[in-house]
Design a binder for this molecule. Structure first.
Ligand code: AMP
Length: 404
């Protein structure tokens, strides 16, 4: 990694501003956390800072309060959960204070009172419209709280906001937290120096959302597997009719160009050879398997890949050394059409010789559903950010960090 990491600098007795992703799901009234995965993911960084005698200041956004205070989006419920998790992690009781505003006199005073080994959690950054506007004065106020900046919120790194980008103009060094470092290292290696064979599996609903990733990966992979709704636009590009399946009519030419580009680059572009067709878009629809070489019956639609496609994917995945997977193979929200997606999850997990990288909320839930998360090398915490990274885009929150 070309950026400084938290492990490269001295934290002793320093006030360390850590941008974390505590954008956790809450109950409707905003009082209780329903899933603490994101808090847990950033614990190693917080623990590292505390063990190295830092005074830790944590900042995050939560939901979309649209630039003004709203108790529904308060980070206050995080305090207790964080304290429990840190106590367990460190084996001692950790002092976690809360500032009702992320900037201003109260926040400054609480930051000044912090002692080594203590934590101060700031209220939701997005209570101020200046956060998303990347306002310079607001960035400067955030910077005034600390002496070191750490970004551990990979999921927000594709946005140039005050807490991810602006602040680094006023607070240096700006370094990556351990989670951020892990994300950049794995995703970066997949793009820059992947062990071959490199297999990418791209699924999901539409080509339009994934075309930039597909284009960028065509320069890197040996095999590109395309599944999910977007495969039908490719099918149409090959001259097969697809009934009522999801198709982006205006992207058929783009699919043709992509097929030609893959051929020219010697990339094995694998499309589903069979599908599970449904007589309507419903969990209990009537179904039939259908080979993709034949025109689909007019009133039916493909909602999952079929067994022959699964077998073909299992085969290429089994010999891969690098696997990147983003997007489901079917309408996996309906259990009967989750078969392909679950099979991919198990196939990726089964290849112990490969570096496997999963991005995107749907693939991550498939991995969790299949109970194989611990067999994946890296599960990205940032859906949008990992997609932009794989598109080859520079993420402002990463670019802003201090070079080694
Ligand atoms: P995306 O947000 O582009 O990653 O797409 C994810 C969505 O694609 C999921 O909600 C799936 O239900 C949907 N999807 C996957 N395969 C199909 C399909 N064959 N037809 C319609 N939707 C699909």
């Amino acid at each position: 990694m070309s950026k400084l990491s938290i492990r490269d600098i001295d934290l002793t007795n320093k006030r360390v501003f850590i941008r974390v992703d505590f954008n956790v799901p809450l109950t409707e009234d905003g009082s209780t956390i329903t899933d603490d995965t994101r808090i847990v993911a950033t614990l190693p960084t917080i623990e590292y800072a505390l063990r190295h005698k830092a005074k830790v200041i944590l900042a995050s956004h939560l939901g979309r309060p649209k630039g003004k205070p709203n108790p529904k989006y308060s980070l206050r419920p995080v305090v207790d959960r964080l304290r429990q998790l840190l106590d367990r992690q460190l084996g001692e009781s950790v002092n976690v204070a809360f500032s009702p505003d992320c900037v201003g006199e109260v926040a400054l005073e609480l930051a000044r009172q912090l002692e080594s080994g203590q934590v101060l959690l700031l209220e939701n950054l997005r209570y101020h419209a200046e956060e998303e506007a990347n306002d310079a004065a607001f960035s400067k106020s955030l910077a005034a709280l600390a002496e070191v900046y750490v970004n551990d919120a990979f999921g927000s790194a594709h946005r140039a906001h005050a807490s991810t980008e602006g602040i680094t103009h006023f607070l240096k060094p700006a370094v990556a937290g351990l989670l951020m470092e892990k994300e950049i290292t794995y995703l970066g290696k997949a793009l820059e120096a992947p062990e071959k064979p490199f297999v990418a599996i791209i699924g999901g609903s539409k080509i339009s959302g994934k075309i930039d990733v597909i284009q960028n990966l065509l320069d890197k992979v040996n095999t590109l597997v395309i599944v999910g709704g977007m495969a039908y636009t490719f099918q149409r590009a090959l001259g097969v009719t697809t009934g009522k399946s999801l198709v982006e009519e205006d992207k058929i030419d783009l699919a043709k160009e992509t097929l030609a580009k893959a051929k020219a680059k010697g990339v094995n572009l694998l499309l589903p050879v069979d599908n599970i067709l449904a007589d309507n878009f419903a969990p209990d629809a009537k179904t039939q398997p259908w080979d993709t070489s034949k025109n689909f019956p007019a009133d039916w639609q493909g909602l999952d890949i079929g067994p022959k496609s699964i077998a073909a994917i299992e085969e290429v995945v089994s010999t891969a050394r690098t696997i990147v997977w983003n997007g489901p193979a079917g309408v996996f929200e309906f259990p009967r059409f989750a078969v392909g997606t679950n099979a991919i999850a198990r196939a990726v997990a089964a290849n112990k010789a490969a570096t496997s990288i999963i991005g995107g909320g749907d693939s991550v839930s498939a991995i969790n559903q299949a109970g194989v998360a611990d067999q994946i090398t890296h599960i990205s915490t940032g859906g949008g950010a990992s997609l932009e990274f794989l598109e080859g885009k520079k993420l402002p929150g990463v670019e802003a960090l201090t070079d080694k």
